[in-house]
Design a protein around this ligand. Structure first.
Ligand code: PMP
Length: 366
């Protein structure tokens, strides 16, 4: 690993100790028995995508950081626990209070899971277009769920707008607000990026990361640029969203799209773009066909935005040579989309798959 100290190694008493980062040196988790499901958040595996790389004529190593192995099934468990721990540490919340969070679903699942274990009430506000599977998971975890017709923050029919109205009306309630909360990117800077650098022995030439709130790409890219300045950072934005740079990439304007968890018609505060070298736009059809290929060809039980990210990675890493390495972030699990892109009827109805490719289930007959 290049010899550049990270901010989380500053000792207590250092002037920089006032930074909001974790000040203990990151260490890989020790094996043993966990005290709760919260301990099974983080330390996710990295898995080579050799079959896909070979078929696509990719010369470099293609490696997936598989975040669906987290307790709640996505990368967002990491921010849920960190944002709540920081609220507890600073005495802003007490057991039994209500945590409200606007979410496209995965942060909602993470917050529902963490609050269930830590002893808080939970209300998640999620736009209508997000999957029923996410809703069922959150409700099973004991969260109350509110659906809004729109996403965004302008007006009470949006998920962020409604969450703030609800917070004013609900006694002893607090919003974590992942879209502006500094601990969203900070946990990825302090922990997720450390894991990746450690797992790769500091050898990393490119990393490709989708942007929803942008916390993941902002936090990981900053740490990697500090430690491995030669590593190229690529971010991914769905067609129909306007988060990519330069703005000409978003010329198609704001349009509806199906992939969940990435893309917005606004740029969230936590999305610092300064460490991102390149943006790639990807449409729904390529996204979902690739998500299905990842399941079928690599056995990766991942969600739709993983497809978006891998499509972009295959484009970006084409110039890398043998012996170089490209890492892709796989944010969530197939569990969230069983009735969506995993279902041939849904794919065909949305014009994302050819009818001829439908796989039907045979029935046993006498
Ligand atoms: N993919 C999925 C499925 C997600 O739920 C999210 C989080 N919204 C992301 C990607 C992007 O993560 P971030 O919010 O950190 O940009």
């Amino acid at each position: 690993t290049p010899d550049i100290p990270c901010r989380c190694t500053y000792k207590v008493g250092d002037p920089k100790d006032k930074s909001p980062h974790c000040h203990e040196k990151w260490e890989p988790r020790k094996p043993g028995i966990y005290s709760s499901t919260l301990d099974a958040i983080g330390d996710t595996p990295m898995i080579r995508l050799d079959r896909l790389a070979k078929k696509e004529g990719i010369k470099c190593e293609l490696i997936a950081k598989c975040e669906y192995f987290n307790s709640g099934g996505s990368v967002k468990d990491r921010i849920a626990i960190r944002m709540l721990q920081e609220m507890e540490k600073t005495g802003k919340i007490k057991k039994g209070d209500t945590i409200i969070e606007p979410s496209s679903g995965n942060t909602g699942i993470g917050v529902a899971l963490v609050t269930a274990v830590m002893g808080y009430k939970c209300i998640i506000v999620m736009p209508q277009r997000m999957s029923l599977e996410k809703e069922y998971t959150m409700r099973a975890l004991g969260a109350e769920l509110i659906r809004t017709p729109a996403s965004g923050f302008k007006g009470e029919d949006t998920h962020i707008g409604y969450a703030f109205k609800l917070q004013k009306e609900t006694p002893n309630s607090h919003i974590l607000n992942q879209y502006v909360n500094p601990y969203n990117p900070i946990v990825h800077y302090d922990v997720t990026a450390e894991e990746i650098i450690h797992q790769c022995d500091g050898k990393l030439d490119m990393i490709v990361i989708g942007a929803g709130t942008g916390g993941m790409v902002a936090g990981i890219s900053r740490k990697i640029k500090e430690r491995i300045p030669s590593c190229r950072i690529v971010s991914v934005d769905p067609v129909g969203s306007i988060m990519a740079e330069p703005p000409a990439l978003n010329a198609a304007g704001v349009k509806p799209f199906e992939v969940e968890g990435i893309g917005h018609d606004f740029v969230p505060t936590v999305l610092a773009k300064d460490c991102i070298d390149q943006w790639i736009k990807v449409g729904d059809k390529e996204t979902f066909l690739m998500a299905r290929r990842l399941v079928k060809e690599e056995g990766l039980l991942c969600g739709g935005s993983s497809g978006t990210t891998v499509v972009a990675a295959l484009e970006a890493c084409r110039d890398l040579k043998a012996g170089q390495r490209c890492v892709v972030l796989i944010p969530d699990s197939i569990r969230n989309y069983m009735t969506k892109h995993l279902n041939d009827d849904w794919m065909i109805e949305k014009g994302l798959m050819d009818d001829k490719r439908r796989i039907t289930c045979k029935e046993a007959r006498d």
